[in-house]
Design a protein around this ligand. Structure first.
Ligand code: PLP
Length: 442
């Protein structure tokens, strides 16, 4: 391009023919002249140098999810039994699908209000009140594109550059990357099998600095299946109040609690005003592909989240919101049946893993078990890769969920009963074939 156009106003041509944009003497309106000048400059510069990476340095530092690599491997292998993907094996119940079809037929295909359909937000408020004793106003709720977006919005709404977020780990894979993308610093707080993977007060306190802004916790937990009892949450709440911290509580698996009742940290004294509660429809109503979630919290933070959401997402999908509204109003029976079935599978897989010699902490929520493979001498990646290649069973390396996950693998039991039985036989064959040591459970 250089040479075909005369040098634009404001562009100096050097002796070697290189161009340089010089400051304008008189401010002139943006009329394209400077734009062409820039193109010449850019084209000329491009001829002489290697193209730079346009990807931001934060992104270049960010490692892709350890789970994704595994899913790619799974999709390339025939005949795999997958205990890998953290997704219900159920299809969304017919009545919820029908609610969506009805919304389509009624022409509800337009943008909704940025913060979500008002009826849906009111229904979420009454669901949170009746299920978890929480009292939210419609204005304290925003409907998001899955809990994934809610995590991102909550972090971006609160983080100033360098703010530290304490994250209990092993944990869901997006927390640390989303913190980094928001300009914050993720600080992992380990949880251990000896503590039944509960987040402990002393571990939190020892990591608090003047930069600490929030604690991100997620119970029932992905990948361990651990839950926190009310007394455990009370300890965390006390730390949050004493150190003036916010809590972001991802409770997407709240409905999948097998023993006792789920307690939300937001329901504890003095916590509603310092908690952003996240929940959604993906797991409890088998609606992963619909992309609906929500956040409830102090209106100042919800409004800040809404600012980002309105510019980046505009609104959650309209027809999914109508389906979600129906789900909350009419489909609680489905949850009961699904949870009873998951519980049956949970018992099968926990007992099965223990019998074949993989020590297994008893998960009380979500749909994951997290057996230890430490005694095999293999890393969790090696274990998973060999198991996949040799016996075609997909489980996920614990290391994908944080440093404390090393030495464990995550098995998702949202697969059919017969698939779980078959997977257990294959894992047993794998251990025997490699003559891997087994641990007798007491
Ligand atoms: C703990 C946790 N939070 C959030 C999500 C994302 O959920 P959604 O499908 O609502 O974006 C998942 C998905 O596996 C999860 O396990």
């Amino acid at each position: 391009m250089h040479g075909r156009l005369p040098p634009a106003k404001g562009v100096k041509v050097g002796p070697s023919g290189s161009t340089r944009v010089v400051p304008r003497e008189d401010p002139v309106p943006w009329d394209g002249v400077y734009f062409f000048g820039f193109l010449e400059f850019a084209a000329d510069w491009g001829e002489r140098s290697v193209m730079r990476s346009f990807v931001s340095s934060v992104l270049r530092e960010l490692r892709p999810s350890g789970i994704r690599r595994f899913f790619d491997l799974i999709s390339q292998t025939e005949g795999v039994i997958s205990l890998g993907v953290g997704e219900p094996d159920y299809v969304t119940p017919p009545s919820i699908r029908q609610a969506c079809i009805s919304a389509l037929e009624a022409g509800r295909t337009k943008y909704t209000s940025n913060c979500g359909i008002s009826d849906l937000r009111r229904e979420i408020a009454s669901y949170l009140a009746s299920r978890f004793g929480l009292s939210y106003d419609e204005k304290e709720i925003i409907v998001t594109v899955g809990v994934s977006e809610a995590v991102d919005l909550a972090l971006r709404a609160i983080i100033d550059p360098g703010d530290e977020i304490l994250i209990g780990e092993p944990c869901y894979v997006s927390y640390a990357p989303c913190t980094a993308l928001a300009g914050g610093k993720p600080v992992f707080v380990p949880t251990r099998v000896e503590d039944q993977f509960r987040l402990r007060k002393k571990e939190i306190i020892s990591r608090i600095t003047e930069k600490t802004k929030a604690i991100l916790l997620s119970y029932p937990n992905n990948p361990t299946g651990a839950i926190m009892e009310k007394e455990d949450l009370e300890e965390i709440a006390q730390v949050a109040r004493n150190y003036d911290l916010l809590v972001i509580s991802d409770e997407i698996y709240a409905e999948l609690t097998y023993e006792g009742e789920h307690v939300s940290i937001a329901s504890l004294p003095g916590m509603k005003e310092r908690t952003v509660l996240l929940n959604g429809f993906s797991k409890s109503f088998a609606m992963t592909g619909w992309r609906v979630g929500y956040a409830a919290g102090p209106s100042e933070i919800i409004e800040a989240m809404l600012k980002i959401h309105q510019y980046t997402m505009l609104c959650a999908p309209s027809i999914s919101q109508w389906a979600a509204l129906y789900a909350l109003r009419e489909a609680s029976q489905f949850i009961e049946e699904m949870v009873a079935e998951y519980d049956r599978r949970r018992k099968l897989i926990v007992n099965g893993l223990r019998e074949i010699g993989l020590p297994c902490f008893e998960p009380k929520g979500a749909f994951y078990v997290f057996p230890s493979i430490k005694h095999t001498g293999m890393s969790s990646e090696e274990f998973c890769e060999s198991l996949l290649m040799e016996q075609k069973v997909a489980v996920v390396p614990g290391s994908a969920f944080g440093p404390s996950g090393e030495g464990y693998v995550r098995c998702c039991y949202a697969a059919s009963y017969s698939e779980i039985e078959e997977a257990l036989e294959r894992i047993d064959r794998f251990l025997r074939h490699h003559q891997l040591p087994r641990v007798a459970m007491v």
